[in-house]
Design a protein around this ligand. Structure first.
Ligand SMILES: Nc1ncnc2c1ncn2[C@@H]1O[C@H](COP(=O)(O)OP(=O)(O)OP(=O)(O)O)[C@@H](O)[C@H]1O
Length: 587
């Protein structure tokens, strides 16, 4: 024996309200949608049939109900039973059961959303050549039909009798706001209590002023630029509005999406590719599909292709900007460089943009990396800001061009450059390489300064630092503390081994290299007048003190970490120098 499923409507309504729709407000959208679809259906057979939808809120009806009228196709009595009273049955599918693309609805559940706010739904409907049908549905699952006086016009009126605890959803202002929000762009005139709320034309079809107003209204900003969007295969038109202020590339951007001119979502994600964080879209598409809640786009091949094509259109805008309006490009990057750089970590196109346009800090002035390569060949960079600050002037004086790679993403991006072109050479500056570029002293001078150097070396021996004497520019710099990267690592490793427990010390010692004995260097500058005066001091003790002070100052200037021994030495030499400088009372 064949049986049919029994449906408990209360269970279904509970499912809709708690799991499908994010808010009961969608009922206004569903009512307008049915009205619009009914007009579309009627116009398909009678192109000159009237097309209008009007809502009467309790302010007009006076009895607390909401009425929605349309001049659509209307339903026959048989259709009322088949369509209105059958959950999941839609009159908007073809013979094979596929949703017909000219209609907004497709699932056959929309009308049920009215039960989120109403206990009772009354439908009065007349189809051309048929008597008017009066249908009433109750939230407990019962419904009844009856005959009554004929409506004058073909069409339908849906009346909602609010549930007591949901009456506020039918308030005049609320209904009007929701009708504007969802239906402002609908293709047929919609009125609320007599006032027209539809705009008629898609706002991005208007001029620049209309677009600026649209951006202000929808997102609250005046766009840096507006990019036109078009994907014919998805029946998509719209605009991407470029943000005038920096955006967080990690935060998902919300776009305003209309489907067949009915608002789908104010904050739709995943319309643009991830890298296009700098734009917000407003768009309408006729061929994209909604999910059953109609609050998000259905993820299918078409949506994926749309995303790709919109990405290509945004990229085209960037390329065009770079080619024809470098000034604007620079302004764009000044706002969005962090986001662009974040993307350039994975996206070659963005990397090319940074390479070509973003002015990096270098010790030869600010310039994009591409220009830096043209002028200086190898992209030599320091990996942190402190190192750059300390070495930039010295390196420049030796004719060595260095990029400051210390800002967020910069080192990683520089190291990624060979991906763009295998012939690009990048090289991280090793501070110890610098000293090989400094001039050595005349053999005679060097010989004469041996005792001074020996005294200086003695006082820094306990700190594991080697003292060397060279001549380099700028002469104003007395001393430079240089440490090679490997030596720094080995030194930190040894220090850590001393403070951790035995087990860890054993593990760490495996990384220690016996041959890595390169010690950090304090390079004293013989071109500096103060250094020359110190070198000429007769007392090895005073030489020791001043060299220690220079050591401390070089450490501080280079932002090198101070070990307890360094701090103690700094203190002592400072106090001892004061002691020397200030005459004793008893003297
Ligand atoms: N105002 C109306 N005029 C004419 N027919 C209507 C009207 N409202 C509803 N119907 C009929 O009732 C059917 C069921 O409507 P319902 O809103 O539940 O689903 P739907 O619009 O088909 O799909 P969806 O769930 O996607 O909205 C519709 O397919 C339509 O045939």
């Amino acid at each position: 024996m064949n049986q049919s499923f029994q449906v408990d409507l209360r269970g279904i309504v509970d499912l809709l309200s708690h799991h499908l729709y994010s808010s009961p407000r969608v009922y206004v959208r569903e009512l307008m949608q049915n009205a619009v679809d009914a007009i579309t259906a009627r116009r398909a057979v009678a192109p000159s049939a009237p097309a209008s939808v009007w809502l009467e809120t309790p302010k007009t009806t006076g009895d607390g109900t909401l009425r929605v009228h349309d001049t659509g196709l209307g339903l026959t009595e048989q259709q009322v039973h088949e369509l209105l009273a059958t959950i999941g049955r839609s009159g908007k599918r073809d013979e094979l059961g596929f949703s017909r693309h000219e209609f907004l609805g497709q699932f056959g559940i929309g009308l049920l959303s009215c039960f989120l706010v109403a206990d009772e739904i009354r439908v009065q409907t007349r189809h051309e050549g048929h008597p008017t049908v009066y249908w009433t549905g109750y939230s407990d699952g019962r419904y009844e039909t009856k005959a009554g006086p004929d409506r004058q016009e073909v069409g339908t009126t849906v009346t909602l009798v609010p549930r007591r605890d949901a009456a506020s959803w039918l308030d005049t202002d609320r209904v009007r706001d929701l009708a504007v929000l969802f239906g402002e762009l609908l293709p047929y005139p919609v009125r609320v209590d007599g006032d027209l709320i539809t705009a008629g034309e898609l706002p991005w079809r208007g001029g620049r002023a209309a677009l600026t107003e649209l951006a202000q209204q929808t997102f609250g900003f005046t766009p840096f630029d507006v990019i036109e969007l078009n994907v014919p295969e998805a029946g998509l038109t719209g605009v991407a509005l470029v943000l005038p202020t920096p955006a967080n590339p990690a935060a998902k951007a919300g776009h305003r999406v209309y489907l067949k001119r009915m608002l789908l979502a104010e904050g739709a994600e995943d319309v643009l590719p991830e890298w296009a964080f700098f734009a917000r879209c407003v768009l309408d598409a006729s061929e994209l599909r909604p999910t059953a809640s109609r609050e998000a786009l259905y993820e299918d091949g078409l949506l994926e292709s749309v995303r790709e094509q919109l990405g290509a259109q945004l990229r085209g805008w960037l390329v065009n900007l770079a080619r024809h309006d470098p000034d604007r490009m620079n302004r764009f990057l000044a706002v969005h460089h962090l986001g662009v750089k974040a993307l350039a970590m994975h996206d070659d196109e963005m990397l090319r943009l940074v390479d070509r346009w973003w002015p990096m800090e270098t010790n030869m002035g600010r310039m994009p990396l591409e220009e830096f390569r043209r002028r200086h060949g190898v992209v030599r960079y320091s990996a942190n800001v402190d190192e750059f600050r300390q070495l930039a002037a010295v390196a420049a004086a030796q004719g060595l061009a260095v990029v400051n790679g210390g800002y967020t993403y910069d080192t990683e991006l520089i190291e990624r450059l060979p991906v763009l072109d295998g012939s690009i050479l990048v090289d991280r500056l090793d501070p110890s390489d610098l000293s090989t570029r400094f001039d050595t002293l005349e053999p005679g001078t060097e010989l004469a300064l041996r005792p001074f150097l020996a005294a200086a070396q003695r006082c820094l021996d306990p700190l594991g630092c080697e003292v060397v004497l060279r001549a380099f520019d700028p002469p104003s710099m007395p001393a430079l503390y240089l440490t090679d990267r490997n030596a720094t690592f080995q030194r930190r490793l040894r220090e850590t081994t001393q403070v951790v427990d035995e087990l860890w010390a054993g593990v760490l010692s495996a990384f220690e290299k016996a041959e890595a004995q390169a010690r950090p260097q304090l390079v004293l500058n013989h071109r500096n007048p103060l250094v020359r005066r110190i070198a000429a001091l007769p007392s090895p003790e005073v030489v020791g003190l001043t060299v220690q002070a220079l050591y401390g100052q070089a450490l501080l200037l280079g932002h090198h970490p101070l070990r307890p021994a360094d701090t103690a030495l700094l203190n002592r030499s400072f106090l001892d120098l004061i002691d020397l400088a200030v005459p004793r009372e008893d003297a």
